[in-house]
Design a protein around this ligand. Structure first.
Ligand SMILES: [Zn+2]
Length: 322
């Protein structure tokens, strides 16, 4: 379970330990790019702070928190449309005593999208909050936030995970092996992206086709028999380029023996086969050809022309850079 993975993380333990030492601050800046982890973290924070057992997960308080109906936990700006008027309403609300708790928690997600006027408005309760009010700004990064806001908050970093964690989690969620394999490899080690990829039933097939093409297209004479594949269809090309990039990055990790964990799973044999004859410089050139293909896509070059270019340049990168 993702909740268990978060609980086991150093970041979570650090936060709960600081609470145990009486360290509940009134303003936090929670940083982490993964929206799925952020959303779950909100609930876990809230339950640790409000639950009499410090986050048991079972009492009525925890139940309300986890089903989004605790009256003293408010989450704003999930859709990135928070306006100055919303800030005014939030501040008015913050001065009303809590319904069920002495502590009221306000979470503002996607804080980096807040207009400077909204941030300035919120500074009022960020600097001098009403008694029992705790504000959390959640953001992918600090960019876009006013320095005055950043400097007044206690920073908390969200834990990050590996593609392997995500692969295992998707299997636990009941996704088929192929889906878990594809979505985790493409996720960039983010749960929010992995779940998006896992919804699309076409991706596992494209993923297989990309591996198959890299394995079997061995000389320029082979190219015409591959360019008609579904992966090179116009609507599939953007994601095909992303998949090829993931695979070639893994090939790079293999050829350069970098020790960085790979994105793909259960593909050691295929990767070793694809790597044969590739030098690290050659893989770098092959990766550059994908960028060229993206530019061609933006300039409306035909899908067949792009397919030709990619396959030809990947082969060339292999043989020129021995
Ligand atoms: Zn509880």
């Amino acid at each position: 379970m993702l909740e268990k993975r978060i609980k086991d993380s150093a970041e979570y333990k650090e936060f709960t330990q600081s609470l145990a030492h009486g360290g509940l601050s009134h303003a936090y800046l929670v940083l982490g790019a993964d929206a799925t982890v952020r959303a779950l973290f909100v609930k876990m924070f809230a339950s640790v702070i409000l639950c009499p057992e410090k986050g048991c997960g079972e009492c009525p308080v925890c139940e309300k928190v986890f089903s989004d109906c605790h009256p003293d936990v408010k989450v704003y700006n999930k859709d990135g449309k928070f306006r100055v008027h919303d800030a005014t309403m939030l501040i008015e609300d913050a001065y009303i005593k809590g319904w069920e708790s002495e502590t009221k928690l306000y979470f503002i997600d996607n804080a980096e999208t807040l207009m400077p006027q909204s941030q300035n408005k919120l500074l009022k309760i960020y600097e001098e909050p009403p008694k029992g009010v705790v504000m959390f700004l959640l953001a992918g990064s600090e960019g876009g936030l006013l320095q005055t806001v950043v400097s007044r908050a206690k920073k908390v970093y969200l834990p990050t995970f590996t593609c392997k964690d995500i692969y295992e989690e998707l299997l636990e969620d009941g996704y088929p092996h192929k889906t878990a394999e594809t979505a985790s490899a493409l996720s960039g080690a983010r749960f929010d992206k992995a779940y998006l990829y896992a919804q699309n039933e076409d991706y596992p097939k494209l993923y297989d086709e990309c591996f198959d093409t890299l394995l079997k297209c061995k000389s320029s004479r082979d190219i015409p028999s591959f360019t008609g594949r579904a992966m090179f269809g116009k609507e599939n090309l953007p994601v095909t380029l992303d998949i090829l990039e993931v695979i070639l990055n893994d090939v790079m990790r293999l050829t350069s023996a970098s020790g960085i964990p790979r994105s793909s799973h259960n593909r050691d044999y295929d990767l070793a086969e694809i790597s044969k004859g590739f030098s690290p410089g050659g893989v770098a050139m092959a990766l550059l050809s994908l960028n060229k293909a993206r530019k061609m896509l933006a300039f409306y070059v035909s899908a067949a022309g792009i397919a030709d270019t990619i396959l030809f340049e990947i082969l060339e990168a292999k043989y020129k850079w021995q």
